[in-house]
Design a protein around this ligand. Structure first.
Ligand SMILES: Nc1nc2c(c(=O)[nH]1)N[C@H]1C(S)=C(S)[C@@H](COP(=O)(O)OP(=O)(O)OC[C@H]3O[C@@H](n4cnc5c(=O)[nH]c(N)nc54)[C@H](O)[C@@H]3O)O[C@H]1N2
Ligand SMILES: Nc1nc2c(c(=O)[nH]1)N[C@H]1C(S)=C(S)[C@@H](COP(=O)(O)OP(=O)(O)OC[C@H]3O[C@@H](n4cnc5c(=O)[nH]c(N)nc54)[C@H](O)[C@@H]3O)O[C@H]1N2
Ligand SMILES: [Mo]
Length: 767
């Protein structure tokens, strides 16, 4: 399968390469964000908007899921509790540009399909519901009522509810997510794939087995008070910039930071805080005390080696390294794990990690000496074939030293989308536990299906095979975010109907089913007024803290409906006005939805009152709160896994697909990957200079990337080779351009997450 480069709305020849930076944030960060905001919104709106971002009576930043400081932690919010990329996320939504009916009349869908995600996103906010009729060439306006009738009609015509797929992206509020899953289950299916299937699913799977709960166990205060923070497979300078403030604060208290990454990401090296005088002048704060430049997929081997060292030091001086109270009292499986790791294949560790033995020993020593360790990780860990085992290996090391359920310590999977964790809490998952489904059933008196639904990868397979016929996306950009672009696009095109509830134009609108609908919705920044008055919504951050978010800006168009209203009106048409669920009342007054959340969702009792507290409330987390582990063994489980790492044939590279500094997933804000020194182009592949030479290529040469998989090659055309200080044998290219190379069947064991960080590729000269 070949993926041609799109029409040239980005002139890739403009590429400028400079030396990667070794520090992040600081004054240029804020300057860049203000510039972009003013470009999109004008000056007045920029000032008004940014003043409301992440403040108690403002809206939650639609950027990442990193928490805001809380009063209860003894913390206070700075006036500007946002970062460069948060400001860009808001500018993208609060832009004054519009995509209305005239736009669609002027551009046939066939033309739009040839555009980049960058160009599509730049056109502005969607303003009216639009339909693409079967055989049509252009989207045309449609009344809301007719749109809902069309969807309901198609859904009812299916031979089984399981032929419909209901995707969610993690920006959806708790209220909308709760109603959406209720609608889907009332209709009769659990087909609720979400972006989390491609994201932290591996963390959920690993932690549920090991600790009994799929969420992280730390608070922001724990990060501040840790004495060692390990950051594995994460680029916080770009993707969670406010995390840098937390690292800086911890360092001011004497903490050490260990960064494990194939790339020397600027945000891991040095930080200049734009909100402190130190950040404006001077060199800022050095972040990583140890930077381990690991090979892609080598983390399992690294953490096994660390575990092995801790065990052998304990053997040499009993009682000095391990936390026996924790191990004896609160854990299970230690003996098997210890037996498994007493011997280790150091040659395999060397090959897997590419790290010097002394450095591994130094890191293990820091971990052995630390009294309060926090382990953070993100996509560099979760998007591998052996991701679940790797996360369990990190957990093993934490358990050896009892680093869970005590202040300043714990496990911290750093989530992506601002409400991806909340959507799961609210029931958006294809395999919610029986207790939740039973509780939903008794609360509403409706039958709830029990058969597990499709996750993202299985949903693509179902559409490819004709088993999935209607696709509905509650946000997100399924066509561009998923793996194996050519195959996925064919799968979507085979659908009878595709429906996208969106704020902005994206690829999923132009890669469509036989009939297609665009349903434009309010963004998080916008006022949401219903018959019952002005509404607010709630969200949950990466540290299980739930709070309210109040949209304040004038909606992009008077025709927009909130996500809640869209779900309720579709439900009315699909399930009938006499349905057991009071959809109309829910649309009028979101407090009524929250009353039901309180009764159905564990830990949410008294929801309406508690989300109205200044900082909201924190959901219960048994391991964090009381070292209680609701696993099969009733203890925290050690896991013994084989040492495993990606195998790369001669003459090939291992490719990771990652984010630039100027994008939000498939939304491309601009063309400046500032910290990496890549400007004005995106079709680049970063390769170590010596690998470029050894493979017989030249820096700056344009190549095709060809991924190799059992069912055949996949080719992505025209990428420019850029010499870059990555780990040897490894390469990097941007997502979503490189998604064409990720085979659909290359997935993580147990979590079914696409392996986006280890694609075996060869470079090919273009003749
Ligand atoms: N501005 C902005 N913010 C975002 C997003 C965005 O696109 N833009 N996306 C949001 C979302 S949904 C998510 S999930 C998060 C993503 O946040 P990240 O996980 O930081 O995102 P990636 O760009 O995928 O970066 C992966 C990092 O892991 C490293 N890495 C890759 N493979 C390996 C490996 O095998 N081992 C190790 N140790 N490191 C590895 C890469 O070099 C890179 O630094 O960010 C969220 N925040
Ligand atoms: N190769 C590769 N693939 C990856 C990844 C990778 O690292 N490499 N990362 C994966 C990860 S971690 C994730 S999370 C997924 C992301 O997958 P998605 O969540 O599906 O993708 P996004 O690009 O975040 O979705 C952007 C679209 O959401 C819509 N939108 C924005 N705000 C709102 C809102 O408030 N409401 C509604 N209804 N719509 C809104 C806009 O129309 C916008 O175009 O991609 C995954 N894919
Ligand atoms: Mo994500």
């Amino acid at each position: 399968m070949t993926r041609n480069a799109p029409k040239a709305d980005i002139d890739e020849a403009q590429l400028e390469v400079s030396k990667p930076k070794d520090w992040a944030a600081g004054v240029p960060g804020v300057a860049v964000s203000l510039l972009r905001s003013v470009e999109q919104m004008g000056t007045g709106r920029t000032v008004r908007t940014l003043r409301l971002l992440n403040q108690r009576h403002g809206f939650d930043c639609p950027g990442c899921a990193w928490p805001e400081p809380q009063q209860s932690d003894g913390e206070h919010r700075k006036l500007a509790e946002f970062c460069e990329n948060g400001a860009k996320a808001v500018a993208e939504e609060a832009t004054k540009r519009r995509v209305g009916p005239e736009f669609f009349a002027a551009h046939p869908v066939s033309e739009l399909a040839g555009r980049t995600d960058y160009w599509l996103g730049q056109q502005g906010r969607l303003t009216e519901p639009m339909v693409l009729r079967e055989g049509g060439t252009h989207y045309e306006p449609i009344a809301w009522d007719d749109a809902f009738a069309l969807v309901a009609g198609q859904l009812r015509a299916l031979s089984s509810p399981d032929e419909a797929i209901f995707y969610t992206s993690g920006r959806t509020s708790n209220e909308a997510a709760f109603l959406y899953q209720l609608l889907v289950r009332s209709f009769g299916t659990n087909n609720l794939p979400d972006c989390s299937n491609m994201c932290h699913e591996s963390s959920g799977a690993a932690l549920t087995e090991a600790t009994g709960i799929g969420k992280g166990s730390v608070s922001l205060a724990d990060v501040h008070h840790a004495d060692v923070i390990v950051v594995v497979g994460q680029n916080p300078g770009t993707n969670h910039p406010r995390m840098l403030s937390a690292l800086e604060e911890a360092k001011a208290g004497g903490a050490k930071v260990i960064a494990v990454n194939p790339l020397p990401e600027a945000g891991l090296m040095r930080f200049k805080n734009p909100q402190s005088p130190r950040g404006v002048v001077g060199k800022g704060t050095a972040l990583a005390d140890e930077f381990a430049q690991i090979r892609l997929g080598g983390d399992l081997a690294l953490f096994q080696a660390i575990g092995h060292l801790l065990l052998s030091w304990e053997d040499a001086a009993p009682g000095t390294v391990l936390d026996h109270d924790f191990i004896d009292g609160s854990s299970h499986g230690f003996e098997d794990y210890a037996k498994h790791l007493r011997e280790i294949d150091w040659a395999a560790v060397d090959e897997a990690t590419g790290l010097a033995r002394e450095q591994i020993v130094r890191i293990a020593r820091m971990i052995a000496d630390s009294q309060r360790t926090v382990y953070c990780w993100a996509m560099g860990v979760t998007q591998h074939k052996h991701a679940v085992a790797t996360i369990q290996e990190i957990t093993n090391v934490a358990l050896l030293r009892g680093m869970i359920g005590k202040p300043g310590a714990g496990l911290c999977p750093v989530r992506g989308h601002s409400n991806v964790q909340g959507d799961r809490t609210m029931g958006v998952w294809e395999k919610m536990p029986e207790t939740f489904l039973a509780s939903l059933e008794s609360e509403f008196g409706i039958p709830v299906p029990r058969k597990h639904g499709f996750d993202t990868v299985d949903a693509i397979r179902a559409m490819r095979d004709g088993l999935g016929k209607v696709f509905i996306g509650m946000g997100g950009n399924f066509a561009a975010a998923t793996p194996d672009s050519e195959l996925t696009e064919r799968a979507l095109r085979a659908c009878e109907l595709t429906v996208q509830v969106s704020t902005k134009l994206n690829r999923s609108h132009v890669v469509h089913g036989r009939t297609a609908l665009i349903l434009p919705t309010l963004g998080r920044t916008e006022r949401d007024v219903q018959a019952g008055g002005q509404q607010f919504v709630t969200v949950e951050d990466s540290m299980s803290s739930v709070h309210s978010s109040h949209g304040r800006l004038r909606p992009a168009s008077p025709h927009l409906l909130s996500e809640v209203a869209i779900v309720c009106r579709l439900a009315g048409k699909l399930l009938g006005e006499d349905h057991a669920v009071p959809w109309r009342a829910f649309e009028r007054d979101y407090d009524l939805i929250r009353d039901r959340i309180a009764r159905v969702v564990p830990g949410c009792a008294d929801y309406n009152a508690r989300v109205r507290q200044p900082d909201g409330f924190v959901l219960p987390h048994p391991p964090r709160d009381s070292r209680e582990f609701r696993t099969g063994t009733g203890k925290a489980n050690f896991t013994a896994s084989e040492l495993e790492f990606p195998q790369v044939p001669e003459g090939r590279l291992l490719l990771q697909t990652l984010r630039s500094h100027d994008q939000y997933n498939t939304t491309i804000y601009g063309l400046s990957d500032r910290y990496r020194g890549i400007e004005d182009a995106r079709r680049v592949v970063l390769v170590h200079a010596e690998d470029i030479a050894e493979l017989g290529f030249a820096d700056g040469e344009i190549v095709d990337l060809v991924s190799e998989w059992a069912d055949g090659d996949r080719r992505a055309e025209q990428f420019r080779v850029v010499a870059y200080p990555t780990a040897r044998g490894c390469a990097a290219a941007y997502f979503p351009e490189a998604n064409a190379l990720v085979p659909l069947d290359s997935v993580a064991r147990k979590s079914n997450t696409p392996v986006s960080k280890a694609v075996v590729v060869r470079l090919e000269h273009r003749s």
